[in-house]
Write a protein that binds this ligand. Structure first.
Ligand code: PGA
Length: 256
């Protein structure tokens, strides 16, 4: 059976106004989730509002969580608080969290373990920077291996989704070509087969992220190891619902 597609909308620190948020939620409510898992990552301030106003089966997936429970952790959000609100997905390891908020592989592994123990599904982001891309696949895989090493014991197809997001493609309009993306996705899957198990490698979903949009979604999703998208800029536009439909239709077409 083909892997069910999964798409996420990472709104980052957007939108600025409640009116714009209302428009975004309208788009989310148009997403058809029968043949595709859909999640959105609102800014922490907007999470509660989204929970009330998103009325379909689209999951709310906060952009970060604390490494432990509630308590004296100013500025943090605990998975216990999220759980109490009915949330059970979380995004971890986005390159912007790594770059601007100094999140290391070690702290991310701690967060991942904690969230999984509390019953969450974790979308775990990995990806190389441009200077590494220019050195070729071996260098890219060295970075990816270092990013996955501390969570490899937690990799579970039912509980985790990997988001491969080459940093040079995020927000730049420069999308990885289908060949570049497929080559790296296949190498990640092979690494999981070699270091975790063939079963996990075959079943775990690997999303592509980095200037993914409706126009390039069909050719990227046609690649055998790409199971959906983590979308930034285009998730702030009505085309996000079109991307969900592209994935769902293609999934139906390839399901025996
Ligand atoms: P982008 O962002 O689609 O705007 O490149 C992707 C992401 O950061 O998740």
């Amino acid at each position: 059976m083909p892997r069910r597609p999964v798409i996420g909308g990472n709104w980052k620190c957007n939108p600025a106004t409640r009116d714009e948020l209302a428009t975004l939620i309208e788009t989310v409510n148009k997403c058809e989730t029968t043949h595709c898992d859909v999640y959105v990552c609102p800014s922490p301030l907007h999470v509660a509002s989204c929970l009330v106003r998103i009325t379909n089966d689209v999951k709310i997936c906060p952009q970060n969580c604390n490494f432990t429970g509630t308590g004296a952790y100013t500025g943090e959000m605990a998975v216990e608080q999220m759980s109490d609100m009915g949330i059970d997905w979380v995004l971890l390891g986005h390159s912007e969290r790594r770059e601007y908020f100094s999140e290391t592989d070690t702290v991310l592994a701690t967060k991942c373990k904690y969230a999984l123990e509390k019953g969450f599904k974790v979308v775990y982001c990995i990806g190389e920077k441009l200077d590494v891309r220019e050195q070729g696949l071996e260098a890219i895989m060295a970075v990816i291996q270092s990013q996955l090493e501390q969570v490899k014991g937690m990799l579970d197809a039912d509980k985790m989704v990997i988001a491969y997001e080459p940093v040079w493609a995020i927000g730049t309009g420069v999308t990885a070509s289908p060949e570049q993306a497929q080559e790296t996705h296949a190498a990640i899957r092979q690494w999981i087969a070699d270091n975790v198990s063939a079963d996990v490698a075959a079943a775990i979903r690997i999303q592509y992220g980095g200037s993914a949009k409706a126009a390039n979604a069909p050719e990227l999703y046609a690649c055998p190891d790409i199971d959906g998208f983590l979308v930034g800029g285009a998730s702030l536009k009505p085309e996000f619902a079109d991307m969900v439909k592209i994935l769902a239709d293609a999934f139906i077409a390839k399901t025996p």
